[in-house]
Design a protein around this ligand. Sequence first.
Ligand code: SF4
Length: 359
Amino acid sequence: MEERIAVYIHIPYCLNKCNYCDFYSLKIDEDETRAFTLALLEEIKHNSSNIKAKTLYLGGGTPTSLPTPLLKKIIESARQSFSLPISAELTVEANPETLDEEKLNMLIQVGVNRLSIGVQSFNDDLLRFLGRIHSAEKARSAIRKAKELGFENINIDLLFAIPGQSLDDWRRTLEETLSYEVTHISCYSLTFEKGTRLWKDWQMGKIQPLEEELSAEMFEEAHRMLTSRGFAHYEISNYALPGYECRHNLCYWRGEPYLGLGPYAVSFFPPHRLRNPSLKGYLKGKQAKVEEVVDEEERKKERLMLALRLSEGIEKSMLRENPLVEEMLREGLMEERGRRVRLTLKGMLVYNSIVSNLL
Ligand code: SF4
């Protein structure tokens, strides 16, 4: 039987650029969205003869910033071209500002069964600091509307370690998120990425990252609050109710092949990692190029790096020769679960240094 893979579609537009964002996203130009959609439909068609999807994920950027008829066309075409099974996970990322009733109804009608809403915080001061275009009230009404119209599987993205955020602020945002009875919650630590407005302000001494100790407390608080309410902490930054883990992202974390469509999207067909051109080249019809050849040794390292993010961990045999593992087990940074090992909460807090030590 033909193997199905995860398919990702990158929509490169946003209404505005957030202060911390280093994703490939551009301010939306309504006049250009038609040409972009045509190019994307062409790319979908071009890849459809040899690929079948097991999950479909539209991310960005902000997919829901596209005009409703264009977004509808893209989803319908991708579903059909990649023969996505009816029960397969179909996610669309959304910004609360762009979720009106018309768009939500269209998403349901074309079979989107997982909505990922970028809320980030329910504190308006923090949202302004981040440069988000939506208010806390807008986020509240978008979540309520989505639920009311029938979305059952909803993820909410949250950010912590925001300068000016207190532990109590964070608790309130988590508490409110839980009150909406969503199925999945992602909690990302804010990072200062080079080239962003946040990074520049930091370099100029206008702002400072939150102290590490407080940020660690926030990470632990999320774990405590969410796991006590039935969520499994199945990946360093991700929590899900049983059965609602993001199947698409699990494909990445398990090191499986995937197809990426849209400007600057990455595909992985071992041993090749390919990247699409940026929007300008994409609109001229330029094709994806091999960015990297991942040899077996490198692939093993990547698999290890990714698997350690997951609570399912990794087969002990994959780490057998590494003397550091025993030390980490003794120090409580790792724990054994049958034939597998995984990071403990303490280990997750120092994930980056564990990975660099192991590799
Ligand atoms: S909405 Fe998301 S992708 Fe768009 S600018 Fe903000 S963080 Fe970046």
